[in-house]
Design a protein around this ligand. Structure first.
Ligand code: MN
Length: 337
């Protein structure tokens, strides 16, 4: 009996432990980055700040009952998460990327070399490495308060520079620029204040000399074939997301017998259906079935709106809203296969 209790206890704690996010090791010792970042800053940044994000992330994930979700999944749907999950999942992801792309080197001119394909992409999208460097510096310098500057692979496989506030990043659905970051520069004061104080520009030059272009190239190659990038592209459909939000408000109340939101918002739903039908369908799901479903969705929303206008009976309103909901789920299903 005792054995079984121990076994159950062990399984539960193992399950909890197994899902926890953990602090990654640095590639080098804290004092190895001295040429650009002093050992004390590296130590505090990694062992205090990043460790704090990991600890708070595990707490926030367990409080939100999101255990078992991947880090990418937490990031992707940041708009649906609590601010604790959003900030700390970003904090963990962003710092992990940051440590990976930094390398100490005595040869400041060539800390790793960009692969041929990354070089070509940089030439194509920026003109030259110098222009990329300038854009990153501007993005980092202009970021008001705390945040990050990014080099991002967009869903259409282009490279762009962007920046985001706090611990947000381009994977998040709250981000203006969506895609996979392959290089990130931490511009929180905690990243540079001890040596550089308010001179963010000097810190940015120092970071430039620590970048490991070999690792950035590997990340570039991986991003081009990443299922996560395709997922971001599919989800990057604002008209569908807005329609979904309006429909959710109407449908869930209707299911619970409250038709007031439906009566108030059938016009708004119809307007969103028209916008959705007119919108650019993301490339990976651009197929005839999707377009046909969107046409049917628009028609059905029109019918629903007219029924509301005619003060139709509850039964016919319910039938019509269920039909709208079903068609929308067809579209969702076509997005996910
Ligand atoms: Mn930081």
């Amino acid at each position: 009996m005792k054995g079984i209790i121990y076994l159950i206890f062990f399984s539960i704690s193992w399950a909890t432990f197994a899902q926890d996010f953990t602090l990654p090791e640095l590639r080098f010792k804290y004092d190895a980055y001295e040429q650009g970042i002093d050992a004390k800053t590296m130590e505090i940044h990694h062992s205090k700040h990043h460790r704090g994000y990991v600890r708070k992330l595990n707490k926030a994930v367990s409080e939100s009952k999101l255990q078992g979700k991947s880090l990418e999944d937490l990031l992707m749907y940041a708009s649906d998460r609590t601010s604790a999950v959003r900030n700390n999942s970003g904090g963990h992801y962003n710092h992990t990327l940051f440590w990976e792309i930094l390398t100490p080197t005595t040869d400041k001119s060539a800390p790793g070399v960009p692969s041929k394909s990354l070089q070509n992409a940089i030439s194509k999208n920026f003109g030259s490495m110098d222009v990329l460097r300038k854009q990153l510096s501007v993005a980092a310098a202009k970021r008001f308060g705390s945040g990050w500057a990014w080099l991002v692979v967009t869903p259409n496989k282009e490279l762009v520079v962007s920046s985001s506030p706090n611990q947000d990043n381009p994977i998040m659905d709250v981000s203006d620029v969506r895609g996979l970051p392959i290089l990130g520069i931490d511009v929180w004061e905690h990243a540079y204040y001890l040596r550089y104080q308010n001179k963010r520009g000097d810190y940015l030059s120092a970071i430039w000399s620590l970048l490991d272009w070999g690792v950035v190239s590997e990340k570039y190659a991986a991003a081009l074939n990443s299922p996560l990038l395709t997922k971001i592209e599919k989800e990057n459909w604002p008209e569908k997301n807005t329609f979904h939000k309006v429909l959710a408000q109407i449908f869930h109340s209707a299911e619970n017998g409250d038709l007031k939101p439906l009566r108030n918002m059938s016009g708004a739903l119809y307007a969103q259906a028209i916008l959705l039908q007119d919108s650019d369908v993301p490339k990976p799901i651009l197929k005839p079935e999707v377009s046909l479903s969107l046409v049917r969705l628009e028609k059905k929303c029109g019918v629903l709106n007219r029924l509301v206008g005619k003060n139709a009976r509850e039964k016919s309103l319910m039938k019509a809203v269920v039909a709208v909901h079903d068609i929308f789920h067809e579209v969702q299903g076509l997005c996910h296969d």
